[in-house]
Design a binder for this molecule. Structure first.
Ligand code: ZN
Ligand code: ZN
Length: 477
């Protein structure tokens, strides 16, 4: 693994203006990021006043809705080998070797240990979705290759992209895909060079993404130049509803190229502001999709992003991410008071079982009359234990948000009301259920009080990194 990253690290140490202590801060969190001067920058906003916040009104029951499938973190392992060693001591197992005498080998349909999904399991889930779900749109938020990050190659990453795109285009013909790029798509994983890096570039990936996303997944051709440039783009889902797909791999400390310059890489956040202003001026609502959710970003990026969501709270009516593999949500508050909820971001459950989770997918029902808000969502999982036991896929409708959480709507206020109800009854069943869903029903009832407080304060109420407003004594884990 060191080998894969060696040349990059050497170059970064040569060019970067960071001190050793600051590099330690970035790489190993040994100083706060907000104490590092290079990690201080601010986006700028057009010279137009923020409109008064308009709280969304519930659509009438007869208002039209559309269903969106959210697929994320597929991590399909083409070398998965049933019966192989599932406890191999590497970042990814279930590929080779024999299990030790006392251990069981890799399950046929997948394994809860550090293993990704076999191809046949992913295919079975997609076929189940195609047969059983009604939807027109797919938000597809990245991470296609497996976790064997120590021995990948450009060819491996392109193989995953090609093979998985072919499969999705075949199983889901005539659906509108809106993809976003994951950190595992790169080689080496997580490393997305910015355009000022001369020794490396990532056009091999972005050109391939542009071809696949446009030629096979149906994005319009006018997104090509943006995708080739930075793997982010915008397009209209329908008149009045705009989709913005961000490449959030430029937000994270694991993209070591940012040690050279982290200042709004590729001007992507300024580009986002331009489009949100355009949307505001033209009465459009916006859904933002991306792979890495803001709390997993560098503090400076996530605080700027928070500011942008605050400024355009009337315009951004949905945010959809992946990457953590957990099923979670995060509320954005009015940054001045940190009291009034202004937006909510959904992090959908991963398709992979990696690790200690059931495979899952998310369905959203979106109001298409005026707000474009999510009116309800449902999560389905593959019960991996039962599937391996019966040697036959066993699907489970895990929960629907409104029903499970007793919510009338899914507006930011409603999510805030839900976390307040959880807080008032910290030992109660509501937060226990939320934790069960967080692990996609792998864990049941094993969240003690610190774990519950962490879930509420550091996950549900915190959408920025290094933000101690609610996440004080506990760390996000
Ligand atoms: Zn992932
Ligand atoms: Zn990821």
């Amino acid at each position: 693994m060191i080998h894969e990253y060696k040349h990059v690290l050497i170059e970064i140490l040569q060019i970067s203006t960071l001190t050793n202590k600051e590099i330690c801060g970035l790489a190993f969190n040994c100083v706060k990021q907000s104490d590092i001067p290079m990690l201080k920058w601010n986006v700028t906003f057009p010279d137009k006043p923020k409109p008064d916040p308009i709280p969304p009104l519930p659509p009438s029951p007869s208002a039209p809705t559309t269903n969106v499938l959210h697929l994320t973190d597929l991590h399909i392992d083409f070398e998965y080998t049933p019966g192989s060693n599932a406890e191999c001591g590497r970042p990814l197992c279930c590929r080779s070797g024999s299990p030790s005498v006392l251990a069981t080998g890799a399950g046929y349909w997948g394994d809860y240990r550090t293993c990704d999904l076999p191809l046949w399991t992913a295919e079975a889930i997609f076929n189940y979705i195609a047969r059983n779900e009604e939807f027109d749109i797919i938000y597809f938020t990245g991470d296609l290759p497996p976790h064997n990050i120590w021995n990948q190659s450009y060819e491996d990453q392109l193989y995953s992209l090609n093979r998985i795109t072919d499969m999705l285009a075949t199983i889901f013909p005539n659906k509108k895909f809106y993809p976003a790029v994951g950190n595992h798509e790169a080689y080496p994983s997580d490393l997305f060079p910015t355009s000022n890096i001369k020794s490396d570039n990532i056009s091999w990936l972005y050109d391939a993404l542009a071809n696949k996303w446009i030629n096979q997944l149906g994005l319009p051709n006018d997104t090509r130049s943006d995708i080739s440039l930075g793997a982010y783009y915008t397009t209209l889902i329908k008149p009045g509803l705009r989709l913005i797909s961000l490449n959030t791999n430029y937000c994270t400390q694991y993209n070591y190229w940012l040690f050279i310059s982290s200042n709004d890489p590729l001007n992507q956040l300024q580009w986002l502001i331009q489009w949100l202003q355009y949307a505001e001026d033209n009465d459009e609502k916006v859904h933002i999709i991306g792979h890495i959710p803001p709390p997993s970003c560098l503090a400076v990026y996530s605080w700027n992003y928070y500011k942008i969501i605050n400024r355009y709270e009337n315009t951004v009516t949905g945010q959809f991410f992946g990457h953590t593999h957990n099923d979670e949500f995060m509320i954005f508050y009015d940054e001045l008071t940190m009291k009034r909820p202004v937006s909510v971001a959904y992090v959908a459950p991963s398709l992979t079982s990696y690790s200690s989770m059931n495979p899952g997918y998310r369905m959203y029902s979106i109001d298409m009359s005026n707000t474009s808000y999510v009116v309800d969502h449902r999560t389905n999982i593959l019960n991996l234990t039962a599937t391996n036991w019966f040697n036959k896929t066993v699907f489970l409708e895990e929960y629907s948000a409104r029903n499970a959480y007793n919510m009338t709507n899914l507006f930011p206020n409603d999510w805030n009301d839900l976390v307040e109800r959880m807080q008032r009854d910290i030992d109660g069943s509501l937060i226990e259920r939320a934790y069960q869903y967080f692990t996609k029903s792998f864990v049941n009832g094993q969240c003690d009080r610190p774990c519950r407080l962490n879930l509420i304060n550091c996950h549900f109420k915190t959408a920025r990194s290094e933000d101690t407003t609610f996440c004080t004594t506990e760390k996000r884990h």
